[in-house]
Every structure is written in C-alpha cells, then in structure tokens.
Design a protein around this ligand. Structure first.
Ligand SMILES: Cc1cc2nc3c(=O)[nH]c(=O)nc-3n(C[C@H](O)[C@H](O)[C@H](O)COP(=O)(O)OP(=O)(O)OC[C@H]3O[C@@H](n4cnc5c(N)ncnc54)[C@H](O)[C@@H]3O)c2cc1C
Length: 413
C-alpha cells in the first residue's frame, strides 16, 4: 500500500465486492490459480456468519465444488435429502425424487456454516480479505476494458474508521447481493414482484421429519425444511399488508401448526432464532458484464426461495467467472471470460422459470400468483392446483423431469 499526500492507494489484479457464497467462491478459486485479489465485505466476520439463509444445495453444485476442492464442509458435515412431501389440506403425498435420479438428491448444509468455513480457508492469506470495509465507488477507466475483458478500474473503499482507500485493479467482481449499488451503466434489470410475502423463520428445534414438507392450505402456503439436527427452517405465506409486528412467536407457531396439519404446536417449540419478511421479488440483470466489471450471484439475479436455486446459481456463476478470469489473467486466454454472459444467462433463466413454476405449485397454482391473498372460495383454482400436484404421481415422464430439475441432476440424454 502506498500513501501520497493523505491519499491511500493499493493495487491488485481483481477486487471482489461481497463475501457471500458467490464472492467467496470467486476469491478462493482465483487465489488458488495464483491471481492476486482483494475480497471486500462490509460486514464483520461475526455478522456475516450469522446470516441464516439457504440450506438446500443441488447435486450438480456439490460436484462442481468438488472439482475445485471446495466441497469439503458440505461433504464432511452436511446431510442428504431425497424425499419431499406435499401436504394438501393436511393430507400427505410423498415424492421420492432421489429414486428418480439414480439416488441423487440434495445436500443439506446451512449457508452460514458454509460461509464461515470458506471464509476461514480464504482468510489464511493475510491481506486478501478486508472485512468491515464497504466499497463506496467504482470507476472504470476510459476505454473500460480491453477486448479480453480486463482493463483498468478503481474501487474506493471506506474502512471501519471512515478512512478511504483506493484500489486499482484489472477487473471487478460485484458479488454484493440483491442490494448491489455500484452497478455500471448499460446493464438492464428485468424484474417483477409477486403480490404476497413469505415470513421466513428458523427455529432451534429438531425437524418434524427428515423430509422437506410443502403444505398447501386454504389459508396459504407453509413449508418445513431441515437444516441441521437442531435447526429447522419454516416459511409462511402472508399478505403483503402484514409485517413482522403482526406475527408474534405464539401466532406464528399456531399458524404453522394449522397449515402443516400438526395436532399441536409442541413440535414447534424452541427458540425462534430468526424471523424475517421476504418480499417475493425476482430479477435478472443483462448482460452480466460491462467492461471489466462482472456481476455474480444475487447481484446478477434474484430469485424467490421456491425451488432452492439462489445460492446454487450464485456458486455456479462464481465458478464459471473464476475459471474465465484465471484463464485470462494467468494464461492470457480470453475466450471463456468473453462468453461469461452467454454461458450463464440460459442457466439463470432456466432456474427462474423453474422457481416461478414451483412458486405457483406452492401457493395455490398458477391462478394464485397474481393474488394478494389465497382465495379459499375459489373451488376451481384449488381443484386445478391439486391436479397439478397429482400429475407428479401419475405421469412418470413429468415426475422424472421434476426430480432432475429440483435436485439439480443432469437428465441422461
Ligand atoms: C430465507 C432464504 C432461504 C433461502 N434458501 C435457499 C436454498 O435453500 N437454496 C439456495 O440455493 N438458495 C437459497 N436462498 C438464496 C441464497 O441465500 C442467496 O441466493 C445467496 O445468499 C446469494 O449469494 P451471494 O453471494 O450472491 O449474495 P449474498 O449472500 O447476499 O452476499 C453478498 C455480500 O455482499 C456484501 N456487500 C454488499 N454490498 C457491499 C459493498 N458495497 N461493500 C462491501 N460488501 C458489500 C453483503 O454484506 C453480503 O455479505 C435463500 C435465501 C433466503 C433469504
């Protein structure tokens, strides 16, 4: 680092903004390839590792992480799940999707533990990660990028005490999540907001079952997802007009029990370790690159938790981008990096389409997606919804398609 007349400067090859799953995967892959990089995260390590979000990890994501020796925490400490249950007004319909994918289902591992493990691994090299530091400005030098997608950029960082540091680099990765602010011009956002919300919660209690449970009820959707032996995630569909203040722990447990068809709230006792509101927003940004600035993960696309695809996409973006940047910066080969948008966008839209379909399946069928409240009186829509779920049990080809897409397993040609 140099200091000239109070202006602090540093240079590196790649600045990565955000130490969520996307940023951490890019950073570790670049570091291993011998590319000098700086990972910048506005939160402290403790804050970062307390963010409970994802837990369902696709088969193909874990296989891809294995190729770069990053799957260790999931393989060593994670669980597996290959069975899900649809509960229609309390009546169970059990779907064994692993049986349709050659025994492959999801890996189950809490995102916060994965982030903690990856951060620990990456942080071993002093100076490579700057935590509690916010990227506040981004400037791409005139000319933006050479034809090969790397050029000159400057990122201004604000450190904890308020001091500014300017970092010059050849490429910037914005892996800064859904609230990304430093977007370069020329990137279009295509987005939509569904007219209802999910209340997301995590209870420190044993799961009700090994299975994921998706409950459809005339009062709305509820879900149960195993995360760890003493940690279970629940979702509850609520009106967009309701807030957290409308749902104290007692009401939350009672409503979950009702929609999940439980006899009592007993199994839902345990500390509510997280309670949050989720507006169901979806977005894709196109293209994923402007000059030498690249988007990855939620910064590039936002998806609802329906289908469990967000973190998977983030990791898959990161692996592709890191491979392209390494080939360019270490070997001087630019083809892969130049195709980053072209390679990732079809996969991103495929996941958006699947997740939108799954959201409809959860929340009362396609006719429910534009309603603010479930309509218990619409008998036609409810019967249609049941037919949509029952098709998974009567149409073998459809069931196989669903099982592969849900678990993230390539269908044999
Ligand atoms: C309740 C819930 C359940 C989910 N379940 C699943 C699931 O089962 N499976 C699945 O695949 N996905 C799931 N997801 C989605 C998944 O959590 C996200 O897609 C994933 O976190 C995206 O990772 P990311 O690295 O792109 O972004 P993030 O995890 O959001 O990380 C971005 C980071 O950038 C930092 N940052 C932002 N701006 C700046 C700045 N200017 N300077 C420095 N740092 C900055 C932020 O502090 C943050 O740490 C779920 C999400 C939620 C909310």
């Amino acid at each position: 680092m140099t200091e000239r007349s109070g202006e602090r400067q540093r240079s590196t090859q790649v600045v990565i903004v955000g130490a969520g799953p996307a940023g951490l995967v890019v950073a570790q892959c670049l570091q291993r390839a011998g590319v000098d990089c700086l990972l910048v995260e506005q939160l402290s390590a403790a804050q970062l590792c307390a963010r409970t979000k994802a837990g369902m990890i696709e088969h193909q994501t874990v296989k891809a992480l294995e190729q770069v020796q990053l799957a260790g925490p999931i393989l060593e400490r994670g669980g597996r799940n290959g069975v899900l249950e649809f509960r229609l007004e309390g009546k169970p319909l059990v779907f064994d999707y692993a049986a349709l994918t050659g025994g492959q289902g999801h890996y189950v591992f809490p995102q916060q533990l994965l982030v903690e493990a990856w951060l620990g691994g990456f942080g071993e090299r002093a100076g490579a990660a700057a935590l509690g530091v916010e990227a506040v400005a981004l400037e791409v030098e005139p000319g933006g990028a050479d034809v090969a997608g790397v050029g000159g950029a400057r990122v201004v960082l604000r450190e904890a005490g308020g001091k500014l540091l300017e970092v010059g680099c050849q490429a910037v990765v914005l892996a800064s999540g859904a609230g990304t602010r430093l977007l370069p011009q020329g990137i279009e956002s295509l987005e939509h907001t569904y007219p209802f919300r999910w209340l997301t919660t995590m209870i420190a209690a044993r799961p009700l079952s090994e299975r994921t449970i998706y409950a459809s009820h005339s009062r709305g959707f509820a879900a149960h997802l195993r995360r760890a032996p003493q940690l279970t995630r629940y979702y509850l569909q609520i009106s967009e007009h309701q807030g957290l203040g409308d749902w104290d722990d007692e009401r939350l447990r009672a409503e979950l029990a009702l929609r999940l068809g439980l006899e009592s709230v007993q199994a839902l006792q345990g500390e509510v370790v997280e309670r949050d509101l989720m507006d169901l927003r979806v977005r894709v940004r196109e293209p994923l690159q402007h000059g030498c600035v690249y988007l990855a993960g939620d910064a590039a696309h936002l998806i609802t938790p329906a289908g469990g695809k967000g973190m998977n996409l983030a990791i898959q973006d990161a692996l592709e981008l890191a491979a392209g940047l390494s080939e360019r910066l270490v070997q001087g080969r630019s083809e892969r990096l130049a195709r980053y948008t072209e390679t990732r966008l079809p996969r991103i839209w495929e996941a958006q389409e699947f997740s939108n379909w799954m959201l409809a399946l959860h929340c009362g069928g396609v006719m429910s997606l534009h309603r603010a409240e479930p309509d218990a009186d619409d008998g036609y829509a409810r019967r249609l919804h049941r037919a949509q779920i029952e098709r998974l049990f009567s149409d073998a080809g459809f069931a196989r398609w669903f099982a592969h897409r849900y678990a993230g397993v390539e269908e044999p040609a």
